[in-house]
Design a protein around this ligand. Structure first.
Ligand SMILES: [Zn+2]
Length: 82
């Protein structure tokens, strides 16, 4: 089940760290298996990563991109909205 990119841009990493700090995501830090997705906060549509900036090692998402329905893309960790 490893479709998780190796690295994220620093601001996303920070958000994920926050999620762990709040107990949002269960499990030990060293055993992290988080599924990180950006989804629309209205229709839950998955945001595509930025193909120009992403590569095999980095998944880059445009943070100010809007969904077609007008919703905002927000971070989902393990299926839960952060
Ligand atoms: Zn939407």
């Amino acid at each position: 089940m490893n479709n998780i990119p190796l690295k994220y841009q620093p601001q996303i990493k920070q958000l994920v760290n926050k999620a762990y700090a709040r107990g949002f995501v269960k499990g030990q830090k060293s055993m992290r298996r988080e599924i990180i997705e950006f989804r629309c906060n209205k229709c839950h549509n998955l945001q595509d990563q930025d193909d120009k900036q992403s590569n095999e090692n980095w998944a880059v998402f445009k943070t100010n991109e809007k969904c077609k329905c007008g919703g905002k893309y927000v971070l989902f960790v393990n299926g839960k909205e952060l």
